[in-house]
Ligand binder design. Structure first.
Ligand code: UT7
Length: 326
């Protein structure tokens, strides 16, 4: 056994904007129903940011909570990685805006764009800094205002998404190079760009110069989701050297209750071990995993030392999974 440096999650925080939109609220202006949305997705409501509340504000609140949980202050932070698809501005990176708003010292700050898989991708990128000694205190934040990308006349997408942010503090800890170590233990990241047309936003600075709207062939994405996610989860567990059955908690991206159930069934995961927030949060893209983690930690289910498996899939198509010990 050789001593190794691992990136450990030392604090977790989540933030949801105050505005709540129920399924019945949506049914007032789009041809849908509470019954259809609940049955097909499990979603009951979603949070929506105020018009003057940019995504960096959500990220800052989640980050403050994560720093407090870790016993750190903004002055300690030397690296910020924000996973977002809905930045405040085309540039600078939302991470740079978060650094300014938190009052962190000059350090490293940048965004990662992998849509709903963004948080898993961002964790992997941050791990490269922390485990190599290039960061002593890193914020990894998933923050999204997906409601800004909705075509409110498209019932196939506008009922599915919500706004929110979640953050973790990553710090280096010494391990023995075994599965008993605390920290990030395994990853599997994937992208199949040939499936772009299944889920994308039809706008961009270098094409039509617009923000655009989210477009999705939902049933096609659904078809890929369970198979792709299950493969990545198995690969991340293998990368960590830990059987899937040994993990304490499964913390998935929250797109659809039927996807969560399908993946758990395929992998033989006890549904009681799955942290589910989709009913209250809907799909918050890169924010959904850290928000679910924050929920599990806050209500006392997820404890230090627990083994966690996280997974996500989204536009790209991207997908991926991460294994860690809290
Ligand atoms: O996080 C990024 C990854 N995204 C996902 O993982 C999303 C994956 N996809 C899904 O979750 C599901 O495919 C949806 C929830 C988007 C749709 O559920 P579905 O069971 O695949 O329905 P469908 O798209 O096959 O549509 C079935 C019917 C259609 O009507 P017809 O053609 O059968 O008459 C739709 O027009 O349901 C209709 N429909 C709706 N009806 C009421 C679609 N959206 C709605 C709606 N309300 N909001």
């Amino acid at each position: 056994m050789t001593a190794v440096v691992r990136s450990a999650v030392t604090g977790v925080g989540g933030y949801l904007p105050d505005g709540v939109v129920t399924n019945d609220d949506l049914a007032k202006f789009v041809d849908t129903s509470d019954e259809w949305i609940r049955e097909r997705t499990g979603i009951q409501q979603r949070h929506q940011a105020a018009p003057d509340q940019p995504v960096s504000d959500l990220a800052v609140e989640a980050a403050r909570r994560a720093l407090a949980a870790a016993g750190r202050t903004p002055a300690d932070v030397d690296l910020i990685v924000v996973a977002t698809t809905t930045p405040d501005l085309t540039f600078p990176a939302t991470a740079a805006i978060v650094q300014r708003k938190l009052g962190c010292p000059v350090g490293i700050a940048f965004d990662v764009q992998a849509v709903c898989s963004g948080f898993v991708y961002a964790l992997s990128v941050a791990d490269g800094f922390v485990a190599r000694g290039r960061s002593k205190c890193c914020l990894v934040i998933g923050a999204e205002e997906m409601t800004r990308l909705m075509d409110w006349t498209d019932r196939g997408t506008c009922v599915l998404f919500g706004d929110g942010a979640g953050a973790v503090v990553l710090e280096p800890v010494e391990g023995q190079g075994t599965t008993a170590d605390r920290g990030l233990l395994g990853f599997a990241l994937r992208c199949d760009g040939s499936k772009q047309d299944l889920l994308y936003v039809d706008g961009g600075a270098s094409t039509n110069g617009q923000i655009g709207y989210l477009r999705m062939q939902g049933n096609q994405v659904f078809r890929h989701a369970v198979v792709n996610i299950s493969e990545a989860v198995t690969a991340a567990a293998e990368d960590a050297g830990i059987p899937v059955a040994d993990f304490d908690w499964f913390i998935p991206h929250q797109a659809n209750q039927r996807i969560l159930d399908g993946v758990a069934r395929r992998l033989g995961i006890d549904p009681a071990k799955v942290i589910v927030t989709v009913a209250e949060h809907a799909n918050t893209s890169a924010a959904s995993i850290p928000l679910a983690l924050a929920r599990g930690v806050q209500d006392g289910r997820v404890k230090p030392g627990d083994l966690l498996l996280m997974e996500a899939m989204g536009g790209g198509l991207t997908w991926g999974a991460c294994a860690l010990r809290l």
